[in-house]
Design a protein around this ligand. Structure first.
Ligand code: G4P
Length: 531
């Protein structure tokens, strides 16, 4: 084990923020960058949105819809830590990218709007994190607005998500009476005063020990009494702080705050970098590979295509799993079975791109791609040439459509386009079980992907298509013997298709249909992700 390598690994944190749209992910991201010193002033969300559209949007569609289709990664330093923040798409529809981003993260921050509680998208993303067993930190946002009772929110985490919680801080007041947060670990109260910058600048908290007589004076008798009662209640009612359970993903530490006014943001960041795990060993086809191993390895979890429509260039995002990355290094591409040179790699520090000369396990680097990479590809140096990681699962799409090409002669181009776009991971392509049905079926996690597909097929492959949506909302990969596809295809609420690896998949109208089918077919297994 090399000492400098393990030191570098210990300094790395790679995490993603999971939330429902509008919970405040963009705002919190910006504030983390502010406290990390990567930016010096936070703009209003509106101004930032406008600027973002002027600079980073690469597709006409994004401009038209005013959304950002692709997710990105930002690096910043905090204290002595190198932090990789993986951003998941923030629009109303999420995509496979969102799921895959979580495979590259070592922990997740679950952002919840204090008025809305656990919302559907948060729940789906939570399930993916749970499947991976990564630690989940909860930030309950918008405490400067009136929301649900903090204790009810904790109960909701348990009831809806089935996870026990341990509040690390506790809010004093809510809405316009939100004064600050009490840190249970240090037993200090962080009080915030009026701030003229409206959250644009970092703010300092006034910290007082909970025993300090000044505190009662500053808070006022009623708020002080409420705080003391709250503390007592939590000590007996809540789960005990247990870092091992947090790291095992069994217990979520909870923080309250306001990303807009910055209250509680720095406190969260401080505890987060201490509690969040550094990269751990990952399981490969050659057993577990330690992050500080002499073997360099990484996998591609996202490909961003055609940033400039005039070129077919792409950017591949690689998560480094072990060892040291050096600019210009030669690595083995395990799927292609040949050496390639990684000459041009970069990272994004805040909004600026910078070339990197070295990176370590836990870092995410962007590689210029001339068509060499696919989602899931593994690169390795000084290790087994056929190394692969099984981190990237294919999850059930939620929207399905038949693809009809307008000019039959363009069918070949259609197949080529569908193949490329499915390799990029934008959509999944299925072949119908019925021999008479020739149109391919596509599935996507977010319905917006259909628009993206139509647009890109026309722009890049010169194929105009019509998409006929199908009345299904989930897919299940079927495992087991005695499976008769015909029996499932005759029903109204299901149909059988094959995925690109010829594995049988059942498309279902809804979860109800699934329950019935499970009852009638106890000999079969129905998986929500590709085996
Ligand atoms: P998202 O990326 O999760 O979709 O959320 P985003 O940060 O864009 O925030 C959504 C809305 O919630 C924004 O308001 C933002 O200002 C607001 N917000 C975020 N954090 C907080 C908070 O801690 N407290 C309060 N009160 N509001 C918060 P908007 O009206 O949609 O946009 P804008 O008019 O502020 O630009």
């Amino acid at each position: 084990m090399s000492q400098p390598l393990s030191k570098e690994v210990a300094r790395r944190r790679a995490f993603a923020i999971i939330s429902h749209p509008d919970a405040g992910k963009t705002t919190l991201t910006e504030k983390l960058l502010l406290y990390g010193g990567a930016i010096h002033q936070a703009g209003s969300v509106k101004a930032r949105r406008a600027a973002r559209h002027a600079t980073s949007d690469w597709m006409e569609l994004e401009k038209k819809r005013g959304i950002s289709v692709t997710s990105s990664v930002l690096q910043f330093n905090y204290r002595d830590m190198e932090i990789n923040l993986l951003d998941t798409p923030g629009h109303k529809d999420f995509s496979e990218d969102t799921y895959r981003t979580l495979a590259a993260a070592d922990s997740a921050v679950m952002l919840i709007d204090c008025a809305k509680g656990v919302e559907p998208q948060t729940r789906k993303l939570f399930e993916v994190c749970r499947l991976r067993g990564i630690p989940i930190f909860t930030f309950i946002n918008k405490m400067d607005r009136h929301g649900q009772d903090p204790l009810d929110l904790l109960a909701e985490l348990e009831e809806v998500l089935g996870i026990r919680s341990c509040p690390i801080n506790w809010p004093v007041g809510m809405g316009k009476d939100f004064r600050g947060v009490y840190d249970r670990l240090t037993q200090t109260m962080a009080l915030f005063g009026a701030d003229d910058s409206h959250g644009e600048a970092a703010i300092e908290a006034h910290k007082l020990s909970v025993d300090d007589p000044e505190l009662a004076k500053m808070l006022g008798a009623r708020a002080h009494e409420e705080l003391m009662e709250g503390i007592e209640l939590l000590d007996v009612a809540g789960d005990e702080f247990d870092l091992e359970r947090i790291r095992a993903g069994e217990l979520t530490p909870v923080f309250f705050g306001s990303a807009l006014t910055n209250f509680g943001v720095q406190l969260f960041l401080d505890h987060f970098v201490d509690m969040a795990p550094n990269p751990a060993g990952r399981v490969s086809n050659h057993g577990e590979i330690e992050p500080d191993s002499e073997t360099f390895s990484g996998f591609v979890f996202k490909i961003q295509a055609n940033m400039n429509p005039a070129h077919r260039d792409r950017i591949a995002f690689m998560r480094i799993c072990s060892g040291k990355f050096e600019r210009g290094m030669s690595v083995h591409h395990s799927r292609l079975g040949r050496q390639i040179n990684l000459a041009d790699a970069h990272q994004f520090m805040a909004q600026e791109r910078k070339h990197i000369t070295e990176a370590y396990a836990g870092d995410i680097v962007r590689l210029y791609d001339t068509g060499l990479f696919r989602i899931g590809d593994c690169l390795v140096n000084n290790g087994p040439n056929d190394l692969t990681y099984k981190e990237l699962r294919t999850f059930s799409p939620e929207h399905f459509a038949k693809v009809q090409v307008k000019k039959v002669l363009r069918r070949k181009q259609l197949d080529k386009g569908l193949l490329h776009l499915s390799q990029e991971g934008a959509i999944q392509v299925f072949r119908p079980y019925f021999a008479g049905m020739v149109e391919p079926i596509i599935g996507a996690v977010g319905v917006l992907q259909f628009d993206v597909l139509k647009y890109r097929l026309a722009a890049e492959y010169k194929v105009d298509v019509e998409l006929h949506t199908m009345p299904f909302s989930c897919a299940r990969w079927i495992q087991g013997e005695d499976f008769d596809p015909a029996a499932f295809t005759r029903r109204e609420s299901t149909t059988c298709v094959y995925d690109q690896y010829d594995r049988p998949v059942l498309l279902l109208r809804n979860e109800w249909a699934l329950q019935w089918i499970k009852q009638d077919n106890e000999n079969l297994e129905f998986l929500a992700y590709a085996p």
